[in-house]
Write a protein that binds this ligand. Structure first.
Ligand code: DGP
Length: 110
């Protein structure tokens, strides 16, 4: 999707601080972090949200998230969020998991 911001980041047309890359998935630091560690994990393929996940992509994304949690040394605690759709607070319509850590997370979320 040529107009999608996260597609452009995955294609390296827009700069980002990458922390992981493989054939199907990339992860990079959020430009506007809301926690000391704030990383976004996305598929390279354009999918709007988790409802578009096919095959074992979801499993692969979780495996990547596990690796990042270890490499970032945040096993003590973190939160995974995927805001979905207007009511879910999604602003970029390319599937992404937020990995948030480094501070206490409140509940319920806003
Ligand atoms: P969401 O609101 O859940 O759709 O999250 C979108 C996130 O994307 C938000 O936390 C800010 C982040 N973001 C937006 N534009 C950019 C950008 O150009 N670069 C990076 N690294 N992150 C971005």
């Amino acid at each position: 999707m040529s107009e999608c911001l996260f597609c452009k980041i995955a294609e390296k047309k827009i700069e980002a601080k990458f922390v992981y890359e493989d054939k199907e998935i990339v992860a990079f630091r959020d430009v506007n972090p809301v926690a000391p560690t704030h990383i976004l994990v996305i598929p390279k393929v354009h999918i709007e949200n988790i409802l578009g996940i096919d095959g074992n992509l979801g499993e692969k994304m979780l495996q990547v998230i596990k690796k990042i949690v270890v490499s970032e040394k945040i096993e003590k605690g973190f939160r995974l969020v995927t805001n979905t759709g207007e009511h879910g607070g999604q602003t970029v319509y390319h599937l992404h998991w937020h990995i948030l850590s480094g501070r206490h997370m409140g509940w319920p979320p806003g």
